[in-house]
Design a protein around this ligand. Structure first.
Ligand code: NDP
Length: 449
């Protein structure tokens, strides 16, 4: 196993996020390899850590002034052992191969956990939609799809949204795909409702995350009722996490964006959440404006020189990191534990550093890794694909029930597998091992390809 890590680091020394994601899985699956010598014989770790295909392309586009810009586009087709590649597109200046390979690697296991036939992929661009006009975003998306369209397809690779890619971007991407391929197929998920989208898809990641948290609490005979919650981010995942926390009787104290965070002692209720949705999804404003409107709330600027994020330093019961990777380091984790937080459920992908994870596990609190707790989004994307193939759409209640059932199944799989491998209550091991076994067994069945 050390050889595998050394070889990955030697091949791609700068891909730190990818190394971090692989290391976590490799740590968990050691007992699985010990019990199953056929995996070692098949050199499965080397095979599973190398993407099946990596596509990098130029994306030229013109801004409203007529100036020409060039961004870089990516698609990582990580693993198709159990279904077509599936995973979101991220548009953010921080996007690079390391970030996308870590996301695609995580996605492969997450998708396996959903019980649906979905392989793993991820893509995106270092393009920043922030501050761009709708027309500029449209021209960028069209140029991006002009290359991507030859690599994707309803039965090949089905991208979705992620950071910086919401309903607007999916619409522009789909429009260009349809024009180029002359086909109306479910090549993207997260589509708008009136042209092939699924009910509950926008809500799915946030709702699913809170369903997962409820399942964890129920093992201790508790519920979300009356729980004080810290949430980071104010995008898709954060908004619907907040909504479901409110539905289940909890109280939401914080939200953030990359500039800073708001703390509302009185709680972010439905009316205030509606304001946030409009602010972020329509006006594309900053979270600071919340504190301008609601005077009880305090806004704090993000100070990058400080080694911790003060958002995580408030008294609460539960934390839902829902912004981005590595947003909780070991100091933040210590603050959370010190402040009485007993449950951390990840909405964002890999938001906790390895040091932070150790703090949670040593403290013995409930800790759900993203690949289990945020799988609701891709699960409903899988349901969107199924509805598109059948040319039907299920009612809201039906999709929500399926989502709840899937989150319950993922939770149970994590609990059972963690116990089977001698680490009861360790959701990291449970998720990594359950996802890993499903993918590698399929790879072995399909031979050396
Ligand atoms: P959005 O773009 O809708 O929102 C992202 C939020 O996080 C924004 O508030 C953004 O602030 C903030 N943010 C982004 N980058 C940073 C950063 N470097 N530091 C601080 N804050 C940051 O994205 P989503 O809500 O869709 O995604 C959030 C997380 O959830 C990501 O990790 C994503 O991979 C994960 N995820 C999303 C799924 C989905 O269905 N959407 C599915 C599974 C996982 P600002 O506006 O300032 O950029």
């Amino acid at each position: 196993m050390k050889d595998i890590m050394d070889s990955i680091k030697e091949k791609d020394p700068d891909q730190k996020e990818f190394h971090q994601a692989v290391m976590e899985v490799v740590d968990s699956v050691k007992p699985v390899l010990d019990r199953n010598p056929q995996y070692r014989k098949a050199n499965i770790l080397a095979r599973i850590t190398e993407p099946e295909r990596t596509i990098i392309f130029r994306v030229p586009w013109m801004d409203d002034r007529g100036d020409i810009h060039v961004n870089r586009g990516f698609r990582i087709e990580m693993n198709s052992a159990i279904g077509p590649y599936k995973g979101g597109l991220r548009f953010h200046p921080s996007v690079n191969l390391s970030i996308l390979k870590f996301l695609a690697f995580e996605q492969m296991f997450k998708n396996a956990l959903t019980t649906l036939p979905l392989g793993g992929g991820k893509g995106g661009s270092d393009f920043d939609p922030k501050g761009k006009s709708d027309n500029e975003v449209m021209r960028f998306c069209q140029s991006f799809m002009c290359e991507l369209f030859r690599h994707v397809g309803a039965n090949t690779d089905v991208p979705a949204g992620d950071i910086g890619v919401g309903a607007r971007e999916i619409g522009f991407l789909f429009g260009m795909y349809k024009k180029l391929s002359n086909e109306f197929t479910g090549v993207l998920t997260g589509k708008s409702l009136n042209w092939g989208g699924s009910l509950i898809r926008p809500e799915a990641t946030g709702f699913g995350c809170v369903y997962f948290a409820s399942e964890m609490l129920s093992t201790a005979g508790e519920s979300m009722e009356g729980k004080y919650c810290l949430i980071s981010g104010s995008g898709n995942v954060a908004q619907y996490t907040a909504e479901k926390v409110l539905d289940l009787g909890g109280k939401v104290l914080t939200l953030s964006d990359s500039s800073g965070y708001i703390y509302d002692e009185k709680g972010i209720d439905r009316k205030k959440l509606a304001f946030v949705k409009k602010l972020k999804n329509v006006k594309r404003g900053r979270i600071k404006e919340y504190a301008d409107k609601y005077k009880d709330a305090v806004y704090t600027d993000r100070d990058q020189r400080v080694a911790y994020n003060p958002l995580w330093d408030h008294k609460a019961d539960c934390a839902f990191p829902s912004a981005t990777e590595n947003e909780i380091n070991h100091i933040d984790a210590e603050h959370l534990v010190k402040n009485g937080v007993r449950l951390v459920c990840e909405g964002a992908n890999m938001p906790t550093t390895p040091g932070g994870v150790t703090v949670f596990q040593d403290a013995g609190i409930f800790y759900a890794p993203a690949k289990a707790s945020n799988a609701g989004g891709v699960a409903v994307s899988g349901l969107e694909m199924a509805q598109n193939s059948m040319r039907i759409s299920w009612p809201r209640k039906e999709v929500d029930q399926r989502l709840q059932f899937i989150m319950k199944s993922i939770h149970q799989a994590c609990v059972d597998v963690a116990e089977e491998y001698g680490t009861p209550g360790n959701y990291v091991n449970g998720a990594n091992i359950a996802g890993f076994i499903k993918v590698v067994d399929a790879m072995l069945d399909q031979g050396l390809v």
